[in-house]
Design a binder for this molecule. Structure first.
Ligand code: SAM
Length: 274
């Protein structure tokens, strides 16, 4: 099936990413900021760059915009397709909590917003080590929230899971954790990440939790997947899917590695036991 982004998301990208780059005085037709695809690719480094550092004459903000222009669309398409399949035939009754680990510029939130109607709402927590990514993600989320065609979105932005200031008592809201193209990061301690996620889930909700993992099909970016998978299994998740799939986008077809983990609601009954 052909995957396309909803018009409201295309419009938002045009207004916030494509037009600002087109209007930049350094840009020429087909060369945002005057850079060839190879030069832009060096500045982005497949999303693994330190986006808070300048790169030559490029500012951190330039690098984030280049990421959003060159890389984010593909990840939006992948996650849109994942959410279409997950929620196309019905969605949770309670408002979902979304935890997007290595969120970049609000990628998982935008993809979900495009799949839910304006009558829906969700709460989004974006976690990314780059302040510049978070800042731009926050701007995109504010624009999406103000768009009448998209859901109402409460959003939070933090550099690490331990910084999440969650005041609500844990109820039964479903939690969706997105891990899109994060595991290649050299700076990531996967066991620590899942340990922190475990503590966070205890604070957020006793409801069901789902982890969506997407990545390149190449071996090296997935080198940490076995550690990631085993750490999730050790905290009660079940592996539902671990496959290589294809996305048929308008301009081309591309492959991705994806996995889905699920954990049931944490309902416990202990009659006379501990
Ligand atoms: C390839 S990008 C993916 C962004 C987004 N998930 C997407 O699909 O568009 C990887 C992101 O992870 C962030 N990142 C890398 N290492 C990280 C870490 N140890 N903790 C949190 N974020 C990290 C980077 O700053 C970058 O925004």
């Amino acid at each position: 099936m052909l995957t396309t982004l909803p018009p409201a998301i295309e419009y938002l990208r045009k207004r916030m990413v494509v037009e600002p780059l087109r209007l930049d005085t350094r840009s020429t037709p087909n060369r945002p900021l005057g850079l060839s695809p190879a030069q832009a690719s060096a500045a982005i480094s497949w999303g693994q760059a330190n986006f808070d550092e300048p790169f030559g004459s490029l500012s951190p903000r330039d690098r984030v915009l280049l990421y959003a222009y060159w890389n984010q669309k593909r990840h939006l398409e992948e996650l849109s397709e994942a959410f279409r399949q997950l929620f196309g035939h019905g969605r949770p009754k309670q408002s979902m909590i979304i935890v997007d680990l290595g969120c970049g510029p609000f990628t998982g939130g935008l993809a979900l917003a495009g799949q839910l109607g304006p009558e829906e709402e969700f709460e989004y927590i974006g976690v990314d080590r780059s302040k510049t990514m978070l800042e731009f993600g926050k701007q995109l989320a504010a624009e999406a929230h103000d768009n009448d065609e998209l859901p109402s979105i409460a959003h939070h932005w933090v550099i690490s899971i331990s910084d999440i200031d969650w005041r609500e008592a844990p109820g039964w809201r479903p939690v969706v954790i997105i891990v899109s193209f994060l595991l290649a990061s050299q700076s990531l301690d996967v066991k620590k990440l899942i340990g922190e996620l475990h503590s966070l889930l205890a604070r957020l909700s006793r409801g069901e939790a789902t982890v969506i993992y997407t990545n390149s099909v190449k071996e090296d970016p997935n080198r940490n997947f076995p550690t990631f998978r085993d750490a999730l299994l050790s905290i009660g998740f079940r592996l539902q899917t671990d496959e290589i799939g294809g996305i048929q986008a308008v301009q081309k077809e591309y492959k991705l590695r994806y996995a889905l983990f699920h954990r049931n609601s944490q309902r416990i009954l202990r009659l006379g036991g501990d």
